[in-house]
Design a protein around this ligand. Structure first.
Ligand code: HDE
Length: 702
């Protein structure tokens, strides 16, 4: 209710009458119970938050206006430096539940008791793009987990890819500089498809295994919920008897893995740049809590000595077929942060955060990271007291003598701020319970040398490639072709093809052909000859390991006025029974009137709900509705894209005019499921469990 607001109404009257002044100076009544008195950060009540202090109504502003000065000052300082890598991310709270005691392997408190629940915060991210970039960049995804254990915070700062570009941390600035926007022109954003990146990569053979992964579908995941996660490095577990076991950490999503296709990714970035955020947010808000199982690959020195590659080399995996991962607990994400900045932006992950019972290996990348992460937190959060920020503080008791510094929230009380002291005050070190580094024997000369055992750069890249299904191999060829086509310098393209020939001849030849390279270069010189005897590892394929379920996925149903409401309802019931979600796309977001006179609410209007946002689609249209939609480009794209992206399409035969105008034949393949008979709904759901009809791909030539 607006009242004619004259500045003559006194502040006291405004307060007493529970009024609030709008931007134009007008007064509005506020609801009962609303509005504690607005104050400055110093707690001083504010009388007017709409007008700066001036001399006269039209006069100059006064510097004496401390409320204005404080408000603008604070606003001007709202940003902190974004992460130099992994700037764009999204986090959630949850818990980790231990299945069985792992006391035989580790004394880490988190693994001692079956059923123990430990609070966690997880942040997923892309690597290259800045904070405001889009979600579906072709990129590695960060998968960083902070466990608030009873013996301090353990951060498992991993990725969705189990290997890395480089073998030594000293090369990190180089690989990151090369992928970031080129420094003279400041583009491209969040993309590896440019000369600098491929220039660096083509000069860095150790990155070839990683390149296979980032050119595969792993780099364009459908959802954070459908990705694996990896600790990458070899770590150690240390038990109460000080015995060490090597370990690799692997997260496996309960809903199975799934990726999108590149043409789809490009369109999603336009239709919904926050696609991955929204997906996690919506799932958690709907109570569909995503879950992963933590798996361990445990091994001893004998295994390490007998393995084909060096377990300290972060460009190598240990195939699951050689060393079976053992599930040891589950991670459930069940709560979004209250505030993005306070939690997701300020969370500070550090590889060096390990509790007693978990320790490092000599992986040179891990050793370098252990230096970098502390350093970066000081830069970003601006104070050595970043552990005072609630998201970073341990949830177990902690006691130390660190004090003062910028923004100190907690200082030790009492007289003694050192130890040993004879005042009987303060904490003491504890040789029994405290973190003790595994006492591995080390000796050697101080050298800058890459071990010989890190020299094979191609064999596992080849193993990855031959472990992929035919569509997945095609995607790798297409991704490499796309990326290298964006390089202006032909020499870079040829250098890359020379490496690909060492990985797999058919791969190198296919990419060369698609790039129009007439004469194949000779294969790159390899430090040691690539092996071709490593068998395929089926665990490396996404498609081979499909979930056989449509749970957690989404169907977009295009409706028109006169649609069959009973069919729509039956479809919704079946989709929800599968654990999936149905969203209605209508000509207008307000919805449409069904044939039986009932009202169908829309969730998206057709331009705002393209089929790239869904895992499968259905068309429930009246004949006139289909005729009318056939005249709309957005509706034709809806169908044509769903077809091109190999999605399953349910339809009523009345949709024929739309198919026809979109140039699509619903008899083309078994990806189309007629829904005129509601009994066919179960066939549609069964098809959807396959997620995509890859057999169609050759026909649509994506
Ligand atoms: Fe990171 N990395 N990294 N990294 N990394 C950072 O720390 C670094 C590496 C990873 O959601 C930074 O807080 C070096 C591998 C994730 O907040 C920085 C090296 C893996 C995140 C840093 C690596 C990762 C980061 C930037 C080479 C997978 C985001 C901001 C030796 C196992 C965590 C920050 C979050 C973030 C350094 C390589 C994962 C600069 C020097 C390998 C998931 O400290």
């Amino acid at each position: 209710m607006a009242r004619s607001g004259k500045s003559r109404t006194s502040a006291a009257e405004i307060h007493d009458q529970k009024l609030v002044r709008g931007n134009g100076g007008e007064l509005h009544q506020i609801a009962e119970g609303d509005g504690d008195a607005l104050t400055t950060a110093q707690g001083i009540p504010v009388s007017d938050d709409q007008n700066t202090l001036k001399i006269g109504e039209r006069g100059p502003a006064l510097i004496e206006d401390f409320h204005f000065r404080e408000k603008i000052f604070h606003f001007d300082h709202e940003r902190i430096p974004e992460r130099v890598v992994h700037a764009r991310g999204y986090g959630a709270h949850g818990y980790f539940e231990t299945y069985e005691s792992l006391a035989a392997y580790t004394r880490a408190d988190i693994f001692q008791r079956a059923g123990e629940k430990t609070p966690v915060f997880v942040r997923f991210s892309t690597v290259a793009g800045s904070k405001g970039s889009f979600d579906l960049a072709r990129d590695v995804r960060g998968f960083a987990v902070k466990f608030y254990t009873k013996e301090g915070n353990w951060d498992l700062v991993g990725n969705n890819i189990p290997v890395f570009f480089i073998q030594d941390a000293i090369k990190f600035p180089d690989v990151i500089h090369s992928v970031k926007p080129e420094p003279d022109r400041a583009f491209p954003q969040a993309q590896s498809a440019h000369d600098n990146f491929w220039d660096f990569i083509s000069l860095t053979p150790e990155s070839m295994h990683m390149i296979m992964w980032v050119m595969s579908d792993r780099a364009i995941p459908r959802s954070f919920r459908f990705m694996q996660g990896f600790g990458v490095h070899t770590f150690r577990l240390v038990n109460a008897e000080d015995e060490s076991t090597f370990v690799k950490f692997i997260w496996k999503p309960k809903l199975g893995m799934q990726s999108v296709v590149w043409n789809e990714a490009v369109k999603i970035n336009g239709a919904d740049p926050d696609f991955h955020r929204r997906d996690l947010w919506s799932a958690i808000q709907a109570g569909d809590f995503p879950e992963w199982e933590l798996n361990l690959q445990l091994f001893d020195q004998d295994f390490a000595d007998s393995f084909d590659f060096d377990v300290l080399d972060p460009t190598k995996i240990i195939p699951e077929e050689i060393l079976e991962p053992v599930p040891v607990g589950r991670l459930v994400l069940d709560r979004m942060p209250d505030n993005f900045f306070a939690e997701t932006e300020q969370v500070a992950f550090m590889t060096q955060n390990v509790p007693p019972g978990i320790d490092f290996s000599n992986d040179p990348l891990l050793q370098g990271r252990n230096f970098s992460y502390l350093d970066t937190q000081l830069k970003r959060l601006g104070s050595p007291n970043f552990t005072h920020i609630p998201i970073n503080a341990p949830k177990c008791p902690f006691h130390h003598f660190q004090q003062d510094g910028h923004m100190a929230m907690r200082n030790p009380v009492g007289r003694a701020n050192y130890q040993p002291n004879s005042w009987g005050e303060g904490p003491r070190e504890n040789p029994q319970k405290g973190f003790a580094t595994f006492a591995d024997a080390e000796e050697g000369q101080k050298v800058r040398l890459r071990p010989e055992s890190f020299a094979d750069h191609y064999s596992q890249a080849r193993q990855f490639f031959i472990s992929q299904t035919a569509p997945e191999q095609r995607h790798i060829v297409m991704a490499l072709t796309f990326e290298l086509s964006k390089c202006e310098n032909p020499a870079i393209r040829e250098r890359m093809v020379a490496h690909l020939l060492n990985i797999d001849e058919t791969l190198g030849a296919a990419v060369a052909d698609k790039l129009g390279i007439k004469r194949l270069p000779k294969p790159a010189d390899a430090a040691i000859p690539p092996r071709d005897d490593l068998p395929p590892s089926p665990a490396l394929s996404i498609i081979e390991n499909g979930p056989e379920s449509f749970s957690g996925r989404k169907v977009g149903v295009l409706v028109s006025p006169g649609a069959d409401a009973a069919l729509l309802n039956a479809l919704r019931v079946a989709i929800e029974k599968e654990g999936a979600v149905m969203e209605i796309v209508a000509p207008r977001v307000g919805g449409v009137e069904a044939a039986d006179g009932s009202w169908i609410e829309g969730r998206h209007m057709i331009d705002g709900g393209p089929s790239v946002l869904f895992d499968a689609v259905a068309l429930i249209l009246s004949e006139e509705g289909a005729e009318s939609l056939a005249g709309e480009a957005a509706a034709r794209d809806f169908v044509a894209d769903a077809f091109a992206h190999c999605k399953f399409i349910g339809f009523t035969s009345t949709a024929a005019p739309l198919f026809q105008k979109a140039g699509i034949d619903p008899a083309a393949d078994e990806g189309f499921v007629g829904l005129d008979d509601p009994k066919a709904i179960s066939t549609f759901i069964e098809s959807c469990r396959k997620l995509r009809l890859w057999a169609r791909e050759m026909a649509v030539k994506l």
